[in-house]
Design a protein. Structure first.
Length: 388
């Protein structure tokens, strides 16, 4: 059973994304507490139980991190107005870390030395989530790492609780959809050498299982050059492995081609701002999504739309819905606890990995500790509309 969502209007100021980020994303270690209270100065170790959210400030990840955080913040602000914990208090704060920075010592010290932090929830971007999972494992911290935006994972450890479909599931879903409509050959476009190293084996395995031929494109310094490499014999459908800015530049290279092509992207791409980053509108883009469509009538999606409209002057997006779902899952596990809310008890509660229905979005862990296989697709049309 999902958490109740009140019908009464919450008397909080309407915030735009820019205002929220100005409060919470000003520095590399900004901390934001829900409901909309900025933590200042040194913190006492007698604080109430705190759920910390790691948010990536790396420039190339901000299109993902900002939307995800907005959805999460909306859920936590809404949660703070309800007595779900029966008189107990849990605070939500944000810790900003640049995933490209070499030194994470300050952030890790915060996690290690502040016992009021009982869980980390909604780590974003993927680079930040992956590094945090590695650091927590190396330090053997008994701290639950919940609902991270982490797709590069095949098996979860005892402190990581992913609730979104991993990258292999996304690739299999995208390629299966193509094979069902008669596509037998695809192009696999790797935006960077890192993307090639991460994705090439998964693409090859998924394509082989579906008897699809793969033509790889890689090695250009600028993704626009990858688009320009296409010839009349290149595949019509391209699976793009990279981020939103790189995809926008890739479509600019494709625009020089006379042949119409379709691009399939994974969940790292933010379809809602792809056009703002310069993507060519005449090239259709299909995105694999690990959350329901934002227009879905699923109860949790309706609750998300209502909460976002009440608290923020923000459009809906798949990434902010993911942030909302991650926060709601964390809240529901905490709400089911009957004893003290501290690190050991919270970790133990999550380690039970019980199936939970979040108003239609189901989290049910498999033998590998992965919480969802849910993947759907939406398409960004030439008119800039997203359709399912």
């Amino acid at each position: 059973m999902g958490l109740p969502v009140p019908d009464m209007k919450i008397s909080l100021p309407v915030l735009t994304r820019r205002a929220a980020l100005r409060l919470g994303m000003a520095g590399t270690t900004g901390l934001l507490a829900a409901p909309a209270v900025l933590a200042q100065g040194s913190r006492s170790r007698n604080e109430p139980p705190t759920v910390l959210q790691i948010v990536d400030t790396a420039i190339e990840q901000q299109d993902v991190a900002k939307d995800f955080f907005i959805g999460s913040l909306a859920a936590w602000q809404d949660f703070s107005k309800q007595d779900i914990l029966r008189g107990r208090t849990v605070v939500h704060r944000k810790l900003e870390i640049d995933s490209t920075a070499k030194d994470w010592s300050a952030g890790l010290a915060e996690l290690r030395d502040n016992p009021s932090i009982v869980a980390v929830s909604g780590s974003v971007s993927e680079g930040a989530a992956r590094q945090l999972a590695q650091h927590l494992a190396a330090a053997k911290l008994p701290l639950a790492h919940v609902a991270p935006w982490l797709h590069d994972i095949d098996k979860a450890d005892e402190r990581t609780f992913p609730i979104f479909a991993n990258r292999q599931m996304q690739i299999r879903h995208a390629l299966r959809s193509l094979s069902m409509v008669g596509v037998r050959e695809i192009g696999a476009v790797y935006a960077t050498s890192r993307d090639r190293n991460l994705y090439k084996a998964s693409v090859a395995n998924a394509a082989a299982a579906l008897k699809l031929q793969v033509v790889g494109f890689e090695g250009a310094d600028d993704p626009r050059d990858l688009g320009r490499q296409m010839s009349a014999r290149s595949p019509v459908v391209m699976l793009f492995l990279g981020g939103t800015p790189e995809l926008a530049r890739f479509t600019q290279g494709l625009a020089d081609q006379s042949r119409q092509r379709y691009v399939v992207a994974l969940a790292e791409v933010n379809l809602q701002i792809l056009r703002q980053m310069g993507a060519v509108p005449t090239i259709p883009v299909i995105g694999a999504q690990v959350v329901p469509l934002t227009r879905s009538q699923m109860p949790v999606v309706q609750a998300y739309r209502g909460t976002l409209a009440r608290l923020f002057d923000e459009p809906t997006s798949s990434l902010s819905l993911a942030g909302y779902l991650g926060a709601r899952y964390t809240q529901q596990v905490l709400a089911a606890m009957t004893g003290p809310i501290d690190r050991p008890s919270v970790l133990s509660a999550f380690q039970q990995r019980q199936a939970i229905d979040l108003g239609g979005f189901r989290v049910a862990y498999d033998a590998q500790g992965l919480g969802s296989t849910y993947v759907t697709q939406s398409m960004l049309t030439v008119e800039g509309r997203e359709v399912g």
